[in-house]
Write a protein that binds this ligand. Structure first.
Ligand code: FES
Length: 663
């Protein structure tokens, strides 16, 4: 620890802390613009200058590490004068006529800094010319006229997203923010995560969806969890007049630390599906609006006589985007009360069934996603994380320039291939041979961390070469890279789990043990699951493959999920179909009864992330009139059949052994 004095206050901070962070810890405010706690200090704007005893000139506190017995002053008349000068320069460089900017009035760090220094005007004549405005992006606008060149956006794109799309072109006063080689943002390599917009301290990058819709002071923040996939990112929903105007990554989020992807930040804001706000029933071949009483009565009348008929009664299928409380009630109603055998989820265990089967024998064998933050080598197999679980992909992409090695395996090839040190496109169906081949090479070359034998290694390796269609050199390169790693991680996905082959997962786990990805200290082995609650659904046993086999009715609890064409096709054969859904779809079109329900932001409930974190999503807005909560609808149907359901979702969640510790 290092002792320093700031404004006469003695404090002790860890070695390596910057003076700015030390001041923050002591509750002393130093104005900043280019600094951001999630980004590497840059020291560009010079607003955070402080006086340090023994230093000839004021110095930027955001890049200055503390040293023993340092004496710092943050508020002196000279500093105030210097900060005013810095701000005057910034204001006069570009078009900062605040009243016309959407962040003016409380949301602009530049404007707020000026108020802090009691500026009422700036003495320098503005001397700027027009700078380019780029409005080619579907979600945000880049206005270089409002830019102060703090490079927060450039750093966020590189350090948070690992995408390196944004950079600075030109020099001096002509400098501008550009995408790639100065192509329109909308045509660039941007992955639309919006991190740049979230960190922009002025109005240079503004969201199309939230611009001019209210300042921070007029908006209620609701901390919640993203339900876009199973990564489980923490979000802050900005709500005004019962409407979400903006979704931001929560800087305190354990896994995402402020990052979000397109699915989490923008997709919910551009929802265009037609909402259902009244129950519908098929009458004379046409869906017609009816009362809740009539719709629920009809469903209960249809289902009740089917109770106890395990095979020919009812089949039920639920979305893995529903909260754990709803999934537990769903199972209680259909599997326990009505005794139906075919009760599953829309994912049908594609990402969880084989994993759960292995967990049933071994207990938890998977680790946490943040193990990626300390990995030096990652083997990614069948996961396509850069597309399917983008924030998990960011954790990999951002570490690559720092020296992390990546081995990417996917028969189809995926978005990480071009960044990988070794990209292996093996023949479809050859994953087991590939994994056994990698193991055999490691064992044969004596590179394993634990004793493991393979009878006839040469034969296994030759078989791997033949089955995968990959040259021996490439397999050897991958095996050596993995075996030489200090902190390797193996990340696998649907490409592996959807094969429903427990032996395949076991073989991959053994490879992880062999190369030291899993030992007493750490578990560098995990699978990306599917939707937000696919792990919870699996824990409730909702992971069977769906098949209609003589059932007289089907109940589909879809919530706000999308419905696959494949499911629509299979359910078209249902003799009687009840669909509990928020939006119109091909499935609701073919239903006999449609029950309109809440969407993700209109209900509270728990979600279990891919790595076992049980998190609560909060209700942020009130549902439209006529719409009921997903869980309430199931309870009402149960009540009408005199089969009340009382579930302890959390207890049920822990009844089945999980592949990862749930907490
Ligand atoms: Fe320190 Fe910008 S905040 S130089």
């Amino acid at each position: 620890m290092v002792q320093i004095t700031i404004n006469g206050k003695q404090i002790e901070v860890p070695e390596g802390t910057t003076v700015l962070r030390a001041a923050e810890l002591a509750g002393i405010d130093i104005p900043t613009l280019c600094d951001h706690k999630e980004l590497t200090p840059y020291g560009g704007c010079r607003l955070c200058i402080v006086e340090v005893q023994g230093f000839r000139v004021p110095i930027a506190s955001c890049t200055l590490p503390v040293s023993p017995n340092m004496v710092v002053n943050t508020e002196t008349p000279a500093l105030k004068k210097s900060r005013k000068f810095v701000l005057s320069m910034l204001f006069s460089e570009r078009n900062h006529f605040c009243p016309f900017c959407q962040v003016s009035g409380g949301d602009c760090d530049l404007q707020n800094a000026a108020y802090r220094e009691e500026m009422t005007h700036w003495p320098m004549q503005p001397g700027w010319n027009g700078y380019p405005v780029d409005s080619s992006h579907p979600y945000f606008v880049l206005d270089n006229n409002r830019c102060i060149l703090c490079r927060r956006c450039v750093r966020a794109c590189a350090e948070m997203t690992g995408n390196f799309t944004l950079s600075v072109a030109e020099r001096g006063a002509a400098s501008i923010i550009v995408a790639d080689t100065n192509v329109p943002l909308g045509e660039s390599t941007c992955v639309k995560c919006g991190a740049c917009v979230q960190v922009c301290p002025t109005g240079a990058l503004i969201d199309r969806t939230s611009a001019y819709q209210g300042h921070e002071t007029e908006i209620t923040p609701v901390k919640s969890v993203c339900v876009g996939c199973s990564v489980g990112c923490s979000v802050t929903l900005r709500v005004r007049d019962n409407r979400i105007v903006r979704i931001e990554g929560d800087w305190d989020g354990v896994v995402n630390r402020g990052s979000l992807c397109e699915h989490g930040r923008y997709h919910p804001m551009t929802e265009s599906r037609q909402r259902i706000t009244t129950p519908l029933m098929k009458k004379n071949g046409k869906l017609e609006p009816v009362s809740w009483d009539e719709a629920l009565g009809a469903v209960a009348d249809k289902l009740k006589p089917l109770a106890g008929d395990a095979h020919n009664g009812v089949a039920a299928i639920a979305s893995t985007r529903l909260p754990a409380e709803v999934l537990a009630s769903f199972r209680a109603l259909f599997a326990e009360k009505l005794g139906a055998q075919m009760v599953t989820s829309t994912e049908e265990g594609m990402t969880t069934a084989a994993v759960a089967a292995l967990a049933a024998k071994t207990g938890a064998f998977e680790g946490r996603l943040d193990v990626l933050k300390t990995a030096d080598t990652v083997l990614c197999i069948g996961a396509n994380v850069a597309k399917s679980h983008m924030v998990a992909g960011f954790l990999i992409k951002r570490a690559l320039p720092k020296g992390m090695k990546l081995i990417n395996i996917d028969p189809e090839g995926d978005a990480l291939d071009e960044l990988a040190d070794v990209a292996l496109k093996n023949q479809p169906g050859s994953d087991l041979a590939l994994i056994e081949g990698l193991k055999a090479i490691v064992i044969k070359e004596n590179l394993g961390r634990v004793p493991m034998a393979v009878p006839n290694a040469d034969k296994v390796i030759a078989s791997a070469v033949e089955t995968t269609g990959l040259p021996l050199e490439k397999l050897t390169l991958a095996a050596r890279m993995l075996a030489h790693a200090i902190s390797p991680v193996i990340l696998y996905g649907k490409g592996i789990t959807a094969q429903r082959n427990e032996q395949l997962i076991e073989a991959l786990f053994n490879l992880a043990v062999l190369v030291g990805a899993v030992d007493q200290e750490r578990v560098g082995f995990l699978s990306v699951k599917g939707e937000a609650n696919s792990l919870a659904a699996a824990q409730f046993g909702l992971d069977a493959q769906f098949a209609l086999n003589g059932q007289q009715a089907v109940y589909a609890a879809i919530g706000d999920d999308y419905v696959s064409k494949y499911l629509v096709e299979r359910l078209s054969k249902a003799p009687y179909l009840v669909v509990q859904a928020a939006y119109e779809s091909k499935l609701t079109e073919q239903a006999d009864v449609v029950l309109p329900v809440t969407i993700w932001s209109e209900q509270e409930g728990h979600y279990v992330s891919m790595d076992g974190r049980v998190q609560k999503a909060e209700k942020a807005i009130i549902a439209p009139e006529g719409v009921r909560e997903n869980g309430a609808v199931l309870s009402e149907i149960a009540m009408r059949m005199n089969m009340p359901i009382h579930t302890d979702w959390n207890k049920s969640l822990h009844e089945r052994k999980s592949s990862v510790v749930l907490s």
